[in-house]
Design a protein around this ligand. Sequence first.
Ligand code: NAD
Length: 354
Amino acid sequence: MALTGPAPSPLAFVPFVSVQNMMALVHTLGINRFLRELAAYIEADFRRWPEFDKTPRIAAHSAEGVIELMPTSDHTLYGFKYVNGHPKNMKEGLQTVTAFGMLADVASGYPVLLSEMTVLTALRTAAMSAVAATHLAPAGARVMAVIGNGAQSEFQAIAFRELLGITTLRLFDIDPAASEKCRRNLAGLGFDITICESSEKAVEGADIITTVTADKQCATILSDNMVGSGVHINAVGGDCPGKTELHRDILTRAAIFVEYPPQTRIEGEIQQLAEDHPVTELWQVMTGDAAGRRSQSEITLFDSVGFAIEDFSALRYVRDNIAGTGLYERLDMLADPDDPRDLFGMVQRATGIS
Ligand code: NAD
């Protein structure tokens, strides 16, 4: 497993991983292994954080949702993801979040991978949450509440079992059909699952609370009285200006950990706080430059919004694992004239192909 390394030489074609092939890759590797190894890629990239170009993602907001571009580079590879967030989509039979992304070779500028990232985003978001929790959750955590049982939820549950040993799930969703779907999908995977009638019930006895709801408003999925000492909160659903999940009073009691502060201050739960409210950057916890959880009674909060480096890690992981599998198509998206300056001549000679 290559965690870092030079980009391969540009190819005459661009490997494209479709949704179908991404699903096949998950089955070939096994989802447990995929999540565990992806988590290792994310942690490896976070540990070399200063090497990356970083910018808050470029967001185009509309009344219904947001479309975002998420670029980064480590100066060997360049990556970006296109992603949307449209909470109303689900009621119309569409995904709330869809995505695709690309890796390119910095030396030539040529793309080296194009991939679907709807499935991959769910995997990387879950892997990121679980990596954060390995540094922040209370020791011996076994019980997780999952509030919001939509597209992301099963991935979160499996990543937390794989990396932390979570065995008991307490589910809540305003739509009971979502919780039933989640329970059905996770049946037989060794979880002890309870569907709860409210989020208050779901958090009872939970060591970790994952909030992963979709609503385009400042919602109160968790209020202050629901969060006891020592709990780790994995807040995933609040990821846009005007779209949060936690009551402000929880934030002022918690030690807050973020991906990239300039982006999280715009998009995360901490948009509710003063701009200078102290937060800790997760990469510094991973390198040992900052403390993670400091006591068993501390409330820790991972204010997840999703950062470009996680997508870069995920694309690298896919690139490293499709070799030899045939789980990609060869996209003809690189013009390759015999003489690089004779692009027109190449077009002119291409008769009889229409
Ligand atoms: P989804 O639409 O498939 O599922 C969302 C679920 O939340 C639905 O089942 C809905 O009924 C439920 N819900 C809505 N309001 C609720 C409430 N008040 N209490 C309980 N449940 C409620 O969406 P998804 O793809 O699972 O994404 C969930 C959220 O995670 C979205 O807001 C999305 O933008 C966000 N997300 C964040 C990241 C990240 O990196 N932080 C990555 C991907 C998705």
